[in-house]
Design a protein around this ligand. Structure first.
Ligand code: AMP
Ligand code: MG
Length: 274
């Protein structure tokens, strides 16, 4: 493991089986990337490197990378996609946002829509929300009986194990912001006409359920951080730090995957182009 990744993971990786207690985690966390301008430079360099590695991943076409982004409203899921994958060509990265399930999706099991959205070999897939909503909003708002939700943690672990055994490397990031920071970000959406479209009155209902969401996240982190797909809790009150951390982990993971351009079955010298 690279030194950078180890340094970051000492702070953000949720050890499998251990409690993650969000309340004990600092959403600012200046131990990582203390300097803003250095963080921004690192992010830009990592974004370039991610693009180059994705090119090899595609050429090789044997494996995929899935990046799961979870977090409450305004935690920065969209901003992360923009900040970390902005150098990647649109051919190589596929972003899927999961909203309230459609009638057709509800007619299937809850993992159906998620399995369909998995990145194919060679691709990086980014999930803006994910199957974890089925143990978060569904639990907090009582959209399914509690026994049904209870079974899902193990089902999700099994599903992710199946994926990793079939060539998908999974990175899961929980974007951790403070209640005060959310207040400010929601207020900006009300104050700035260009951000009105992002505001949804339902977000305030979820904010009123803040403690219930934090508890649901704690349980999710405790039950679904596994060796094959660990959770990472990203301090997300500072957008630039959040981006720097996630870009560094994605880059280090791709470097460990070490994709290579395939050897052609011909020699370049055999051909002459007239
Ligand atoms: P946004 O990410 O702001 O576009 O909002 C998407 C909304 O869809 C959020 O309020 C989520 O809680 C909700 N959502 C996502 N997945 C599910 C699900 N499986 N069941 C119910 N609501 C969901
Ligand atoms: Mg929203």
């Amino acid at each position: 493991m690279s030194k950078t990744l180890k340094h970051i993971d000492d702070v953000i990786r949720v050890a499998p089986g251990a409690g993650a207690s969000l309340s004990a985690r600092d959403p600012v966390c200046d131990r990582l990337f203390p300097d803003k301008s250095e963080a921004e430079h690192a992010t830009a360099a990592d974004a370039e490197a991610i693009d180059a590695l994705q090119d090899k991943l595609w050429a090789e076409r044997k494996r995929a990378l899935l990046v799961v982004l979870q977090g409450i409203d305004t935690s920065g899921k969209d901003g992360t996609v923009r900040g970390v994958f902005n150098r990647c060509g649109p051919l190589g990265v596929c972003v899927t946002s999961f909203g309230r399930p459609s009638e057709q999706e509800l007619a299937h099991d809850y993992l159906w829509r998620v399995h369909v959205a998995m990145p194919k070999k060679g691709m990086i897939g980014v999930f803006n929300r994910s199957h974890y909503e089925d143990v978060l909003v569904v639990k907090v708002r009582g959209l399914a009986p509690s026994e049904v939700v209870e079974q899902r943690y193990d089902q999700i672990n099994g599903f992710e194990k199946h994926l990793t055994e079939n060539g998908v490397t999974i990175l899961k990031f929980m974007l951790h912001i403070s209640k005060d920071e959310q207040k400010q970000r929601l207020q900006e959406r009300l104050d700035d006409p260009n951000k009105h479209w992002k505001f949804n009155p339902g977000d305030l209902e979820d904010r009123a359920l803040w403690d219930d969401y934090q508890r649901a996240y704690d349980i999710m982190l405790e039950r679904c951080s596994t060796e094959h797909a660990p959770w990472r809790v990203v301090p997300a009150d500072k957008k630039w730090r959040r981006n720097a951390i996630i870009a560094a982990v994605v880059r280090a993971t791709l470097e460990e995957m070490n994709p290579r351009y395939p050897e052609p079955e011909w020699k370049a010298g055999e051909f002459r182009i007239e």
